[in-house]
Design a protein around this ligand. Structure first.
Ligand code: MLT
Ligand code: ZN
Length: 469
């Protein structure tokens, strides 16, 4: 988008879409031009607030003809810059499209507008004695459209899978303004390409998701949470395997001693265990009765006998479950003010200990003055490596250093057969390294698909694909 002619572009937009609320209020440009990444200065042309499908179509058709870049915008809780508008783009916000459109108790499914929050979907499901299992710390703010665009994960992927597993139907406006209704809520549909799956995880580069049909689950039995103190990295997979064999695990999350120190300081929490350990795990399992708890305790005792575990605590009430979860779910917020450079890496589960060890050694070698805070969804092989720079380092210098660090750490991730984004997406921040996650042939095929749905290249440029094309 050429911002030199911004007033003209804005006038044309407003006259092409007279029924759509379009804001150029500085506070709105500021809030809706950024996501939680906070690594860029927001500079959108305007923020549009469509209320219906036809509004979205009108905006996209105009943008397509005018060559105006669009940034689709949900709850803006992303951590890779996927919803950043820093170059005169039109932000299309789904804040005014938050309605529940349909609930079918027989199908156990709902049809919702893209702007409905993840938390509202969970609450609706619970009120109808059902369950929406996608869960993470920002669920009160994040929106379903954004969850689908990034194929969001969270803490219960181990049991229930990613957002992709929930989506049985999508209504999408492509980059030409065409409307696609994908799969229409069907469970089985063998009538050709399942286009729905192309849009899931496409980070707004193929189309704007306006509606989704989501599969709900039967409410699971009450869960119980354990917080375990491990003796070291070697114990991690042993504890995981033993617990997984013994109980019905729904989450297996880890944090290091540094992460625990941050979450305790940031949220004024006392240390959960008497023994100081290098690693901690927060695990949750189905606990319909005493038997499951006894089995979990037996697994804990085995872990102590075999030298894997040094300490542990098991919740005795729903309130204690929530208290123990705070030690894991509060970490991200507790380090936000330190502006960490976030990494969302994944490897095969069995390779996690080796990966952690090699990555730690590499970062210690190339950035010994930086602090590295690890936590994540270890039961899915998904590790969040947060790099915190020394005090006094300017943001540009910090980002440039992290760029260099990423060149090395992502090369190692590739060498170990992993991915440089597990659940946050590539966005603007990680797109330069797309080639570390996908082969040249895959990228060529992805670009060809992009040209089909977005021939004018207006949808979220610079996200997922590097800015050069
Ligand atoms: C988490 O697992 O806590 C989220 O993905 C957020 C983060 O990585 O900080
Ligand atoms: Zn995560």
């Amino acid at each position: 988008m050429n911002t030199r002619n911004a007033p003209g572009a804005l006038r044309e937009l407003q006259s092409a879409c007279p029924d759509v609320e379009i804001s150029t209020e500085p506070a709105v440009l500021e809030s809706h031009g950024l996501d939680w990444t906070r690594f860029r200065d927001p500079a959108p042309l305007a923020v549009a607030f469509p209320r219906k499908l036809e509004d979205v179509q009108a905006l996209v058709r105009h943008a397509c003809g005018a060559g105006l870049a669009i940034v689709p915008s949900g709850g803006r809780t992303g951590l890779s810059g996927g919803a950043v508008a820093a170059g005169g783009e039109l932000v299309v916000s789904f804040d005014r499209m938050r309605q529940m459109l349909e609930f079918d108790p027989v199908d156990a499914s709902i049809r919702v507008e893209a702007g409905m929050t993840t938390g509202a979907v969970q609450e609706f499901a619970a009120a109808n004695d059902l369950y929406y299992p996608v869960s993470f710390a920002s669920e009160g703010t994040s929106q379903i459209g954004g969850n689908i665009a990034t194929n969001a994960g969270g803490i219960r992927v181990l049991r229930h899978g990613l957002t992709r597993e929930r989506v049985t139907g999508l209504k999408v406006v492509t980059g030409t303004g065409a409307v696609l209704e994908c799969n229409r809520g069907l469970i089985k549909n063998a009538s050709g390409y399942d286009l729905r799956h192309l849009f899931i995880g496409s980070e707004g580069t193929l189309g704007l998701i306006v509606e989704a049909t989501l599969r709900l689950e039967r409410r699971p039995p009450p869960g119980k949470v354990m917080l375990l103190g491990l003796t070291g990295l070697d114990a991690l997979m042993n504890v995981f395997s033993d617990l997984r064999r013994t109980v019905a695990l729904s989450a297996f999350e880890f944090l290091t001693d540094k992460a625990l120190a941050h979450v305790c300081a940031g949220h004024e929490l006392s240390r959960p265990l008497e023994t100081e350990c290098p690693l901690y795990v927060v695990a949750e399992f189905d606990c319909p009765g005493d038997e499951a708890e006894e089995a979990a305790l037996a697994s804990f005792e085995r872990g102590v006998e075999r030298g894997w575990l040094a300490d542990g605590i098991i919740a005795q009430s729903a309130a204690q479950n929530a208290e123990l979860w705070r030690y894991r779910e509060g970490i991200s917020e507790s380090i936000t003010a330190l502006r960490p450079y976030k990494n969302d890496l994944s490897v095969r589960i069995s390779r996690v200990p080796e990966f952690l060890q090699r990555m730690d050694a590499l970062v210690a070698e190339i950035a010994s003055d930086y602090e590295v805070v690890w936590y994540g969804h270890i039961g899915d092989g998904n590790l969040h490596m947060n790099i915190i720079g020394p005090e006094g380092l300017g943001p540009d210098e910090f980002e440039a250093r992290c760029h260099e660090i990423s060149n090395r750490t992502y090369a190692l991730t590739e060498e170990m057969g992993g991915s440089i984004s597990a659940e946050h997406g590539l966005g603007l921040l990680k797109s330069p390294w797309l080639g570390r996650a996908r082969s040249a042939a895959e990228i060529e095929a992805m670009r060809a698909i992009k040209r089909v749905f977005d021939p004018a290249g207006i949808l979220n440029p610079g996200k997922l694909f590097p800015n050069d094309g």
